[in-house]
Design a protein. Structure first.
Lengths: 234, 743
């Protein structure tokens, strides 16, 4: 069973001479319950693809099916609802709301999903931040902020976690710690993980590696021997 | 408390200075509205009740009457009650004071007693309390005029003197110069019984007043609604109503602009946060609520603060207005509907302005909102195309000019704030100018008499005693004629009449009418007017601002109708020896007003208007300061990063401030002329409310007033420049750049 299926997925920005094709007729199948890494250099279109998968943006041409549901036919209201119910996002720059504490940032997500404060606390505990729940983002380190961001994403038990370069702004040790958290969540829970990175080493922890270049999928390969995060170095 | 409520509360904490500015702005606007509207409603309620309870006469007949005339009227159908009375003015030669003695009646025009009792004999009187206060008299003191010395037994008010109307030209006599005493009828007793010069009547039903006047041979009948006292009351209600709207309306526009700019800025600054919220599945309505709730809470706080401030201000303003009109028991009353209205309108205004700002960013897809905004493409300014001029400017000037037009909405908000403040100030000061101008136009450019003497009609073959005492005199018959269902004074004058400056040569070819009436009747030279049922041609239209009167000659009226009696009831006099003339008129008990009386009345109007004018100026200054401060802060926060970056690049502080000042000067250069025009337009808009059949305001704003308004606005911008300079000097470059990266 595929989690996402894209057909002829195309995204262009601008017009005329300024036209840029970010995604070029992509046909892709992303399996469910796998740890998937989309690997590509800067400008390869991986973030654009992630945005499309997460209903954060709309394609210029083509379709995306999420478990056989055509999500490109959704209007904005339905897309919002879909994101709230099925998708957990982890961003490179954390994107925590600066006016809210760690707990409140997670509660933002649980409240929208109709869950309780204890769900938010459990999520923070799962990422090892039980002691820092009342701290504001400005009072947390980069790694802690990213873990709050992961807690916010997993607290509502999404079907898929979409992670956009989650280690991009972190040092090696913190990056490994974040990857371990993600791996743990994937192995313990029912969420699929789609992670994008430009780091070939990180791709070694994935079950499936999708390589992109210039807006096209170059290869899709299964990794039969995924490494644990502690085994990779960069 | 939900997480969205917490976001709202924390964002409010961050925006406290701006929100406080908004609260102040709203509070001033609401305070102004509630104060004036409360006074208007309260004044109407109390005055109507007062006139009803103290039996303000429905109609007053003028002429010479006896008890038989009163009896005839009393027994006529439609008349509820009729009373004869005598009214006579006495001038005190020593201090130029005038006392009007009015005989007391039972059942009509009853005095409202503050203190004391009615007079019991011809040696006692009641004095209007406002006169007693102004003249520093009390119960037991003596009022002396003519050969009379009256002991004051009571201090009262009367519905027929809500305003101190002395006559058509002296509509607001000074209370220490014109006093009204109520005396027993015996005060006017003559051998052989009483003669009255007025009969006051309460009507039971709608009655033909002209027929009643004919029945008793009255020379003139004035309905309550046509009395100057009543007209001024209705006009003041209407003026209060207009003022209650005008200021808050301007405030509302500026508040909307401030909110729009603030929210646009806040939303753009929070663009990424909004993107995150959307990405996490927050519906638009929840995001809207976060931003709108801040402004709605601010609106409620501002409106309520304004309402409470109005509670405190209303009493004070009523006390000040009591120099214009006196209605006992007029005081503060709470009108919950007004409060609710103020709160609802404030909330709607803030919500609407906020929504307009939000709709620009909310439709964005989260991915788009999470990306930094694409920089706007640069555009060449018009002046850039004139290469020879543009290259002569320094980099600093070119930067300032470019900056001015880089963000149009912010630029417009600053210009609009400056324009609004300047307009309101120019309007307030211009209002003062206009009244002074009206005075000048009447006394310098129109009136050409020293004294006007009024009396009962006399046949032309009889010479009035006053004619012999003046250097120059002219006779006139002043009638109140009906045109289009309303009554207007018509002066029928002799050949060679030059006591007011009108085109005399046109007197014999028709009726000369004031511009104001020409506007109301849509009449011009050559048009026909129906006066008392006969047709007369308009021969000239003249600018006249006080005591509006139509003028024609006996000769012309003779060609129009033969119903005008060949009599005269008014003398216009000029004299080289005014004291002697006034003395003579006094001694002989004649009813007259001098040009000085009229000027004094005008001074009274000016004095009472001063209060309102200062109130308006204070509000304009608060408004101006708040708007410019709020918009200035927004402007500053928008430029903060840029200024910081310029500092990083080594651009000197004074050059950054110089650019900021140049930008402000560009805005001022645009805003001030617009503000002057706006002030004049506001003045023109309320001109109608301040004009009536007796008084027409001449709208003018002097260069001095415009200068003061401009100086005040420039002053506030200088303060803002100082704030900016201090702020820029204190910017923490490292922290700022980090914050910008994070944002």
């Amino acid at each position: 069973m595929n989690l996402f299926t894209t057909s002829n997925l195309t995204k262009t920005y601008g017009e005329g001479n300024a036209k840029v094709t970010a995604l070029d007729a992509i046909n892709l199948e992303i399996p469910a319950n796998k740890f998937v890494v989309i690997l590509g250099a800067s400008g390869s279109g991986k973030s654009t693809l992630l945005n499309m998968l997460g209903c954060m943006d709309t394609p210029t041409v083509g379709e995306i099916a999420f478990s056989d549901i055509n999500i490109t036919s959704f209007n904005k209201h339905k897309m919002t609802h879909f994101r709230g119910e099925n998708i957990g996002f982890v961003f490179q720059s954390y994107n925590l709301l600066p006016d809210l504490t760690a707990l409140e940032n997670v509660e933002f997500s649980t409240e929208l999903a109709g869950l309780t404060r204890s769900d938010a606390l459990n999520a923070l505990a799962a990422v090892g931040l039980s002691e820092r729940v009342n701290h504001y983002p400005a009072e947390l380190s980069g790694g802690e902020q990213q873990r709050v961001s992961i807690a916010r994403a997993i607290a509502k038990n999404p079907k898929v976690l979409l992670c956009d370069e989650p280690t991009g702004a972190l040092d090696y040790n913190t990056g490994i710690m974040v990857l371990e958290v993600l791996k743990k969540i994937h192995s313990e829970g029912s969420s699929s993980v789609v992670l994008i990175t430009h780091n070939r080493e990180i791709a070694k922890i994935a079950d499936v590696i999708i390589t992109m270049r210039s807006g096209k999928v170059q290869s899709v390969s299964e990794n039969s021997m995924p490494l644990s995060p502690s085994e990779v170095t960069w | 408390m939900g997480v969205f409520a917490r976001i709202t509360a924390r964002k409010m904490r961050v925006h406290v200075p701006q929100l406080l500015g908004l609260v102040l702005l709203l509070a001033v606007g609401v305070c102004f509205f509630i104060t004036l509207f409360t006074i208007m409603l309260r004044y109407e309620e109390t005055a109507e009740q007062y006139m009803n309870d103290y039996a303000y006469a429905d109609v007053t007949f003028y002429g010479i009457f006896d008890d038989e005339s009163v009896r005839v009227l009393s027994e006529t159908d439609g008349v509820y009650a009729a009373r004869g009375r005598s009214v006579r003015d006495f001038r005190v030669p020593e201090d130029e004071r005038i006392f009007r003695a009015v005989s007391l009646m039972d059942g009509i025009n009853l005095p409202y007693f503050y203190q004391g009792r009615p007079p019991e004999n011809a040696g006692e009187c009641i004095l209007l309390k406002r006169n007693a206060d102004a003249m520093k008299l009390g119960i037991g003191d003596t009022v002396a005029f003519g050969e009379n010395e009256l002991v004051i037994t009571g201090l009262a008010a009367n519905p027929e003197y809500i305003y101190m109307v002395q006559n058509e030209r002296t509509m607001m006599a000074q209370q220490n110069r014109f006093g009204v005493v109520y005396v027993v009828p015996e005060f006017f007793a003559q051998p052989g019984g009483f003669d009255y010069n007025e009969i006051v009547v309460l009507l039971e039903s709608e009655t033909d007043v002209n027929a009643l006047a004919g029945l008793i041979g009255a020379f003139r009948a004035i309905m309550q609604k046509d009395q100057i006292n009543y007209e001024m009351y209705r006009n003041d209600l209407s003026e209060l109503g207009s003022f209650a709207y005008i200021f808050p309306l301007v405030f509302a526009v500026l508040i909307a602009v401030v909110i729009y700019v603030m929210l646009t800025r806040a939303v753009q600054k929070d663009r990424r946060q909004i993107g995150v919220m959307k990405a996490l599945g927050a519906p638009n309505k929840k995001i809207i609520a976060v931003y709108l709730l801040q402004f709605c809470i601010t609106a409620v706080m501002g409106a309520l603060l304004g309402c409470f401030a109005a509670m405190a201000a209303t009493g004070g303003i009523i006390a000040i207005l009591s120099s214009m009109f006196v209605v006992p028991s007029l005081g503060f009353a709470l009108y919950p509907v007004l409060w609710v209205l103020a709160v609802v309108v404030s909330v709607l205004l803030c919500a609407a302005a906020g929504l307009i700002a939000l709709v620009r960013i909310l439709p964005l897809m989260p991915a788009c909102a999470l990306r930094p905004r694409t920089p706007k493409g640069g555009r060449r300014l018009l002046i850039e195309r004139i290469g020879s001029v543009w290259v002569r400017f320094s980099f600093n000037t070119r930067y300032a000019l470019k900056n001015s037009l880089r963000n149009k909405s912010r630029f417009l908000a600053v210009v609009l704030g400056m324009t609004g403040s300047c307009a309101l100030l120019a309007f307030s000061l211009g209002f003062h100018d206009s009244i002074a101008e009206t005075q000048g136009r009447f006394f310098d450019d129109f009136a050409n008499y020293d004294v006007i003497v009024s009396f009962n009609p006399m046949p032309p073959e009889l010479e009035h005693a006053a004619e012999t005492q003046a250097c120059e005199s002219s006779r006139a018959l002043i009638l109140h004629v009906e045109i289009g269902g309303e009554h207007y004074p018509l002066a029928i004058v002799e050949d060679g009449f030059d006591f007011v400056k009108i085109p005399y040569t046109e007197l014999n070819s028709g009726v000369i009418i004031p511009e104001y009436f020409a506007g109301i009747w849509d009449a011009g030279i050559g048009d026909t007017l129906e006066i008392n049922g006969y047709e007369a041609v308009v021969s000239a239209v003249v600018p006249q601002h006080v005591g509006l009167t139509l003028y024609t000659s006996f000769e012309y009226m003779g060609t129009v109708t033969d119903e005008i009696p060949p009599v005269y009831n008014t003398l216009y006099l000029r004299s080289a020896d005014m004291p002697a003339l006034v003395d003579y008129l006094n001694v002989n008990g004649m009813e007259f007003t001098t040009i000085d009386d009229d000027k004094t009345s005008f001074d009274s109007i000016m004095e009472s208007m001063e209060v309102l004018i200062w109130f308006m100026i204070a509000c304009s200054l608060i408004l101006g300061f708040t708007v410019l401060y709020a918009v200035g802060l927004i402007n500053l926060s928008a430029r903060e990063y840029e200024y910081m970056f310029m500092g990083v690049m080594g651009y000197p502080h004074k050059s950054i401030i110089a650019a900021h000042i140049k930008e402000t000067l560009v805005q001022l250069a645009l805003a001030l002329p617009l503000g002057f025009s706006g002030g004049f337009l506001l003045l023109e808009a309320i001109k109608g409310e301040f004009s009536n059949n007796n008084f027409v305001i001449a709208s003018i704003i002097t260069p001095a007033s415009n200068f003061y308004a401009a100086t005040a606005v420039a002053g506030v911008t200088v303060i803002m420049a100082a704030v900016t300079s201090r702020h820029v000097r204190r910017l923490d470059i490292v922290e700022g750049l980090k914050a910008q990266d994070d944002g």
